[in-house]
Write a protein of this length. Structure first.
Length: 66
């Protein structure tokens, strides 16, 4: 079976932890923080990548490379 070349638009908590270099529990805590961009689909909580980049830029005052 060939892998799809779908361009992902969201991160799960474990993926967010890897991307930010934090623990999984840290990612879950961050995803519950007020003002942090999340998207709920059914029982899943996901982080839109574009919104995460805007949030990081707002936190640091610098542009985030994709």
């Amino acid at each position: 079976m060939e892998k799809s070349t779908v361009n992902r638009q969201t991160y799960s908590a474990p993926e967010l932890a890897t991307v930010l270099g934090i623990s999984r529990s840290g990612a879950y805590n961050l995803m519950q923080a007020k003002g942090f961009p999340t998207l709920r689909i059914g029982g899943r909580v996901l982080v839109p990548i574009a919104a995460l980049n805007r949030w990081l830029e707002a936190q640091t005052g610098t542009e985030v490379a994709n």
